[in-house]
Design a protein around this ligand. Sequence first.
Ligand SMILES: [Zn+2]
Length: 458
Amino acid sequence: MLSSTSSVCPVCMQRVAAIREQQGNTVYQVKRCPEHGTFRTVIWRGSIPFSSWLRPKKPSAPLQAFTEVHQGCPYDCGLCPDHGQHTCTALIEITNRCNLRCPVCFADAGAEQPSNEPSLSHIGFLYDQVMAGSGPSNIQLSGGEPTMREDLAEIIRLGRDKGFHFIQLNSNGLKLAADPCYAQKLKDAGLASVFLQFDGLKAATHIALRGRDLHRIKEQAIINCGKAGLGVVLVPTLVPGVNPQEIGAIIEYGARFAPTVRGVHFQPISYFGRFPEPPADRDRLTLPEVIELIELQSEGRISRDNFAPPACEHALCSFHGNFIVQEDGQLMPLGSGPTCCSTGEPQAIPALEGRQKSVNFTARQWSLPALPMANAQGCGCNGTDKPQDDLDRFLARARTHTFSLSAMAFQDVWNLDLERLRGCCIHIVSPAGKLIPFCAYNLTSNQGEPLYRGVERA
Ligand SMILES: [Zn+2]
């Protein structure tokens, strides 16, 4: 046994003890419910040592807790006073309508459900709750597909008026692609960045995950965002057997569209909804495997040493690396900070300090910086007759062509780790105005029964 934590039973969702158990290069979470038996799920697999990755943090309670500790984690989310991290990104779901019918959907949006949308004034209340609970964090407007709302620009403007500096739109890009003026309208309202679903370049990938080939639409959305001055982050959902072989191609593609594309944020699939049988370990992709695939598919030009655990959320939830897109399209790593393979005892940093770094970094990196006119076209000229020397050119690119590679591993009922959950900084604002960690809000039993979504206590 490596270490112990706690989790819930996938069937009855009662809290149970869990251990992390290592076999060779693989770490499993093992838990046992007295009534429903033993469950074993892969949580880490590959040549990056699990023990090298962990980073302890000193927990920091929310500014204002909206719930009390009553039944204990994960039943009191809101946040409760026992939560260990502030909100870095608050997700506000502004609609459950969507203009796609994806076989894979985190938000469980669809045509079957009645339309369920908070009014503009209720969204104002939700913004106020975020400010009271956690201060000025980053906001992500989410859905469903948020562009289904006619008043999206007003919603963005309201968020800016409430004091949120970085507002990002989570979108499939259909509407952004269809109308170039639309991106400009959202930018004018105060939008900074688009979190664009982007699963790959192959038609087969799109069809498997989204039901139709969307590649040209995605590209047009990126072009329209760039013209409007919106940064774009490509967000692939990685599904074993579908698109992990496209990781390298997605990174190369994103870099071609720098500086508009600010980075790629991978999300290995997790299993929300009804799954009577546990998903097989081969249907999961763990963080070290994503790093290995980046290394392999970039033919070693990007190395595992370029990636580090997060400063803000729990170390087992994500990785990130920062780069500059050079003129030949290659990524050059920025800095040689602590890496996944660094030796020595990591220092525990205060959670709040990590959170503040992350809020500021995300806002800066995922927005499109103001570009000199000529550089916006990527011609490398400085807009004057004076030729640039190498240092000038490097500094100019370092200002505009930074590029982040990151991934976040969401948890489902099979691999939920309450230590990770307590360190969560990505919070969904529930209809009642509570701040609920993303993975708790989306958690469902193996029969698809939610712990929070649509439930009274949320
Ligand atoms: Zn049980």
